[in-house]
Design a protein around this ligand. Structure first.
Ligand code: HSE
Length: 334
């Protein structure tokens, strides 16, 4: 499998690290031998080698990548690489634009048109143009997979769309943003808001512009993705009630604590609508125990009742794994 990787920040590097460290295991257990043939970055240009890039060299210093492989092109545009590389899969891990999905959306469509599967951690194209992506993929007989867009590698999408096939899901509710959950946990132990946010950024959990996290737009994007994947419903962000945590004060946190409650940023999705807002939850409630960057989602179903999934919501290897899980799913299609 020849892979083009767009975006080489926390998530893209996480994937490359996993592919490097698990190379022997992936080959032995799944017969999976991926080659990263191109990496396109936002600010550091691009590298393309039809023979596959050296993953150690990529990870040690992208800017100082040696002139080693027989053919190495530097600085090709993403479009040119997609058109001319004969790769099998485009992995989109560049920053999410939840308003237009661009420039990633155009690249995903070009990849499908030129016969490539598409795997996304980038939430923008999926939140904005879910139906277009799926219908482009169907026409091209290719896959569009996006496990990493909701709850990192914790299989929220696969659970809903595959394991729960045959059930009718009537709602999804939970904690869908790692940064704010981490911040709320830190603030409960007395850390100031700004310090908690700076930590979440330093640890690679926050979006490139963390306003998306703290104002609720990232969780809203995930709610929009779930609404489309689960219910075939497209909600516009502007039609949703979206509130983040930036207005919460230490006094608010203390008042909840004194009442035996905790603040959690809760996303709710039904076929009728979606919302994101901070809520006070009794400490005895299962969601109150979900702390740090851990996320949780409860699917309410007709045949099983409530099914709750708890796991990583953000992070380098956690989201890198989401991409790996989608790549393996494509590999296993044969
Ligand atoms: N900024 C996002 C979060 C990353 O904190 O949840 C994972 O989508």
């Amino acid at each position: 499998m020849k892979i083009i990787l767009i975006g080489f920040g926390t998530v893209g590097q996480g994937l490359v690290q996993i592919l490097r460290d698990k190379r022997a295991d992936l080959k032995a257990r799944y017969g999976f031998e991926p080659q990263v043939v191109a990496v396109v970055t936002g600010r550091r240009g691009s590298l393309y080698s039809p023979d596959g890039l050296n993953l150690d060299a990529l990870l040690s210093d992208f800017a100082a990548y040696p002139d080693q492989p027989a053919v190495l092109e530097r600085g090709w545009s993403a479009e040119r690489i997609i058109r001319e590389s004969h790769a099998d899969v485009l992995v989109e891990a560049s920053p999410s634009n939840l308003e237009t999905g661009q420039p990633a959306l155009n690249l995903c469509e070009l990849a499908l048109q030129t016969g490539k599967h598409v795997v996304l951690a980038n939430k923008g194209p999926v939140a904005v143009a879910y139906n277009d992506l799926i219908s482009f993929a169907q026409k091209a007989k290719r896959q569009v997979l996006f496990e990493g867009t909701v709850m990192a590698g914790t299989p929220s999408i696969r659970l809903a769309m595959q394991a729960l096939q045959g059930c009718t899901i009537t709602s999804a509710r939970g904690i869908l943003n790692g940064t704010t959950n981490y911040m709320l946990t830190q603030m409960e132990s007395g850390k100031p808001y700004a310090e908690a946010l700076a930590e979440a950024q330093a640890l690679g959990y926050a979006e490139a512009d963390p306003t998306a996290d703290v104002e609720g737009w990232d969780a809203a994007g995930k709610a929009r993705i779930l609404a489309q994947a689960l219910f075939g419903r497209k909600f516009l962000a502007l039609d949703m009630h979206v509130q983040g945590i930036s207005h919460l004060t230490p006094a608010d946190i203390d008042a909840a604590k004194a009442a035996g409650e905790r603040w959690k940023l809760i996303a709710q999705v039904t076929p009728q609508g979606a919302s994101v807002q901070p809520r006070r939850i009794p400490v005895s409630h299962p969601l109150a125990g979900v702390s740090g960057t851990t996320n949780a989602v409860t699917y309410t179903t007709d045949l099983l009742g409530d099914v709750t999934l708890i796991g990583a919501g953000a992070g380098k290897l956690q989201t890198g794994f989401a991409l790996l899980s989608d790549l393996l799913a494509i590999h296993q299609l044969g």
